[in-house]
Design a binder for this molecule. Structure first.
Ligand code: COI
Length: 412
């Protein structure tokens, strides 16, 4: 008899299983414990660049086997985390689905045979691509489940669980996507980087100004109808101008998708808030982006005049990152839960490229015909994931994201 991970979970908690399934359950959990007892071998972006710089067949196979053996360890840690959640949380819609996906991925990686040749590696890359696709619904599922579980978990516990889940998901996807990109380079299927150098998925000389311009251009191209609360395609005069100042030649090694996810999300919020606050004005106040290259860090400030966070629901701007309804009451709003359910069943736009964000945003605008100003940032994506994910992306490589509201004026 095969036990599904879900019945495993239920049975574990209820403690009532038939002998045969108990043995299987015991065996599977024993495997999980073996993997969860191992430490994750963390790599910095610098190490990933260093190793990936001089790729050849042998190094690619070493990389493949590292990914093959490292991912089940990291997934095992998260499965253990989920097993430690109270029963009432695990049983929320969405959480059990993520548990099943992770259990199935854990089993597949654990059983995946050693990779010895470039052909083996091609097959492994296809396997990775399929798992990356299968897991596209993880974030809306988790957000839905944890929002519903919010009344049953203290906010600190809920947010730290969610942070661990999301950071570790990013790190696993980075390993898998980086390995696929290295394999593509070795096979001569290199990505188009617009002339910028890259090693795998890491851009070695990523221009911050270019990323801001790229996100601005994408936002300007957006088209959606909302009774003139938002710009229309080609209606340039209705978009606030984006002025970029500071150290314009700043370049650094980073994952472009991560940086642009954050910039796109923040600029989008700033534009929506500015348009909403100044609708009818002859001229919209500009958004100012300041780029500063410090000694060992790079900072950006995006300042808008969209009115700030005037809302009784959110006490501190950082509460927008929280998944607890006690910090961010919008988590339990009917429309938000409904949008998450829709995203769960159609997760195509849940990956972190800016083009996919655009698609998702447009889908969301179509889903909710009744425009409402949410959380003081104008027409905001109904999933409520963008800012929380931007915070996680910023922290993933040791950075941070801070939202400062000057109520009645704007946001930094
Ligand atoms: C995820 O996307 O949630 C993953 O864990 C992906 C990884 C197994 C490659």
């Amino acid at each position: 008899m095969q036990l599904s991970p879900r019945s495993l979970l239920v049975n574990r908690t209820r403690g009532s299983v038939r002998l045969q399934s108990t043995a299987l359950h015991f065996y599977q959990n024993r495997q999980l414990e073996l993997y969860a007892a191992k430490e994750a071998q963390r790599l910095t972006l610098r190490q990933l660049v260093f190793f990936g710089r001089s790729m050849n067949a042998q190094r690619l196979i070493t990389s493949a086997n590292y990914v093959r053996t490292e991912l089940p360890v990291r997934i095992a840690h998260r499965l253990r985390d989920m097993q430690a959640l109270p029963y009432v949380v695990v049983m929320q819609e969405g959480v059990a689905k993520v548990y099943e996906l992770y259990w199935s991925a854990f089993e597949k990686f654990r059983r995946y045979p050693q990779i010895d040749t470039l052909e083996d590696n091609e097959a492994f890359c296809s396997f990775l691509r399929a798992i990356l696709d299968d897991h596209a619904s993880v974030i809306p599922n988790l957000s839905l489940g944890l929002s519903l579980a919010s009344p049953h978990l203290p906010p600190d516990q809920l947010d730290s669980f969610m942070r661990r889940m999301l950071v570790s998901r990013i790190s696993r996807r980075v390993l898998a996507e980086h390995h696929i990109a290295l394999s593509d380079s070795v096979a001569g299927r290199d990505r188009d980087t617009d002339g910028d150098g890259h090693v795998g998925i890491i851009y070695t000389g990523l221009s911050v100004e270019k990323s801001v311009r790229r996100c601005t251009a994408l936002l300007r191209e957006l088209t959606y109808d909302s009774e003139h609360t938002s710009p229309q395609k080609g209606d340039d005069a209705r978009w606030p101008e984006v002025i970029i100042e500071g150290h314009l030649d700043t370049k650094f090694a980073y994952i472009r998708e991560h940086l642009e996810y954050i910039i796109f999300e923040l600029l989008k919020n700033s534009m929506q808030a500015t348009v909403a606050k100044h609708s009818g004005a002859a001229q919209l106040p500009p958004i100012l982006v300041t780029i500063v290259a410090g000694v060992d860090n790079i900072s950006m400030r995006i300042s808008d005049q969209g009115g700030g966070l005037l809302t009784p629901q959110i006490k501190s701007p950082s509460d927008l990152f929280s998944f607890s309804h006690l910090r961010n009451a919008t988590r339990l709003e009917h429309s938000r839960l409904g949008s998450l359910r829709t995203a769960v069943s159609n997760p195509a736009g849940m990956r972190a490229t800016v083009e996919e964000l655009v698609d998702r945003w447009q889908q969301e605008q179509r889903q909710v015909p009744d425009p409402q100003v949410e959380a003081g940032v104008g027409r905001h994506p109904r999933l409520g994931i963008g800012l929380a994910m931007s915070n996680i992306f910023a922290r993933y490589c040791g950075g941070s994201l801070e939202l400062v509201s000057i109520d009645g004026w704007g946001m930094d």
